[in-house]
Write a new protein. Structure first.
Length: 166
């Protein structure tokens, strides 16, 4: 092995370690922002987690049923029923018939939930836009592919953990 190949490998390892550290830091900041959202809008931490799960699923075009939300959150059937009812009564969620299977009911973020989320997170969106302003479209495309790969790896790992648990 040449010294050059060793240096490239070390650089690659250092870059991958830096990205892993960045993901952890991003998770910590995200958790803290979520805690602040929950406290300012008088919702429990699990309510906020549920809201995120439903929002992400909607964005990805794969809305969740209460049963799917229960599995993802690791809660009992009774606990998820209570959470969903509380989120519906507070105007954060709404139920809707699944257009692919009318026997299923999916969860959607209600107008009130969207308005509350938009009001809270718009300043973060503005800061994100400002932070990304100096990056080229090619840089942003690379970053997007990187995040997509990291999310896929994390989902695969979570699914393996879920399978080992169940």
């Amino acid at each position: 092995m040449s010294a050059y190949a060793f240096d490239v490998t070390d650089q690659r390892d250092a870059l991958e370690a830096a990205i892993a550290a960045d993901v952890r830091a991003l998770n910590v900041e995200s958790e803290e922002i979520g805690r602040l959202f929950a406290s300012r809008h008088d919702v429990a931490a699990n309510d906020f987690r549920a809201l995120l799960y439903v929002m992400v699923a909607e964005t990805e075009g794969a809305p969740l049923t209460a049963g799917e939300l229960r599995r993802r959150m690791g809660m009992s059937g009774a606990a998820i029923t209570y959470l969903v009812e509380r989120m519906i009564n507070s105007g954060h969620f709404r139920r809707e018939s699944d257009p692919r299977d009318r026997r299923k009911v999916i969860l959607r973020v209600a107008d009130h939930g969207m308005a509350v989320g938009r009001a809270f997170f718009t300043p973060l969106a503005d800061r994100t836009r400002d932070a990304l302003h100096g990056f080229s479209d090619a840089d942003l495309q690379t970053a997007h592919r990187t995040f997509a790969a990291l999310i896929a790896a994390m989902r695969e790992f979570r699914e393996e953990l879920d399978d080992a648990e169940g």
